[in-house]
Design a protein around this ligand. Structure first.
Ligand code: SF4
Length: 273
């Protein structure tokens, strides 16, 4: 049996790798990762992936896009769109889903492989959705974070600190994630002007906005003066403040509609739809 862990570089996927190794050993364990461009995947996420893999004595297996110089904005500009027809972000498709399915087709067999995901007990609908989609394609999946017997709750107990990005961001997504809400993008505006500018370039090239307020596009350029006012007023750039409190503070300074307060989602990587 091949045990294929969708190993994103996030803390949950590391716990999954540890649980699977604990239960089945490491001989047939695959830590499958999509290595993202260094400008949008923090160096400490790359460090964390390596540390956990070294702890297990298992090499990282990369299923990455062949053109490794491209980030999420490049692949969207290349396709002249931010989303594919089914509404999925193009970056997820090009940088994660397609390399994942190509890797599975060439390296794994449905008869003797299980694919492991990091969803936990708070995410039953995501688990059901994944079981359905992957099951329809013929793949067996499992979810070690809902196993009754679990050994690991954090990597710090092993002396491996989780990526420092968690002190600010909720998820281990790309910085400047196309699925993220404005709270994430406020952090990008305040701390990563290079990524903010690149995202503006992508909107300009494609002629579409990343964010929408109902059926109305809201370009990064539109948000710039509002974010500048928030920054000047000292609104902290973090997703660690619950979004209700964050936006209650922000609303004292800028107008923003409920619709615009989209909550950041983790990237559903490895997921055909
Ligand atoms: S994490 Fe966000 S930006 Fe990166 S591939 Fe996924 S949806 Fe795209």
């Amino acid at each position: 049996m091949k045990h294929i862990v969708c190993y994103s570089g996030g803390h949950s996927s590391a716990l999954v790798a540890l649980e699977v190794a604990h239960r089945f050993g490491t001989k047939h364990l695959v830590l499958l990762n999509h290595d993202m461009h260094f400008s949008v995947e923090h160096a400490d996420i790359k460090r964390f992936k390596r540390d956990v893999a070294e702890h297990l004595g298992v090499p990282l297996t990369f299923a990455s896009r062949r053109n490794a110089t491209q980030d999420q904005f490049d692949v969207c500009v290349e396709s002249d769109a931010f989303k594919v027809n089914n509404g999925q972000e193009i970056c997820t498709a090009r940088l994660k889903t397609e390399p994942f399915m190509e890797w599975l087709a060439s390296n794994a067999s449905q008869d003797d492989s299980t694919i492991y995901y990091g969803f936990d007990a708070t995410e039953p609908s995501r688990i059901q959705r994944r079981i359905g989609i992957m099951g329809t394609l013929g793949w067996k999946t499992d979810y070690p974070r809902i196993w009754e017997e679990r050994k690991y709750e954090n990597t710090e107990a092993l002396g491996i600190p989780r990526p420092c990005t968690y002190s600010v961001f909720k998820h281990g997504n790309c910085i400047g994630c196309l699925k993220a809400g404005w709270q994430h993008w406020y952090i990008v505006y305040c701390t990563r002007p290079d990524i903010w500018l690149k995202a503006m370039w992508a909107e300009d090239e494609i002629g579409h906005a990343i964010h929408w307020d109902g059926d109305k596009p809201v370009y990064l350029e539109d948000m710039e003066p509002r974010f500048a006012a928030m920054k000047a007023a000292g609104i902290p750039a973090t997703e660690r403040i619950p979004h209700q409190r964050f936006w209650a503070q922000a609303r004292r300074i800028i107008p923003i509609s409920d619709m615009q307060i989209r909550i950041s989602l983790p990237c559903d990587c490895h997921e055909p739809s």
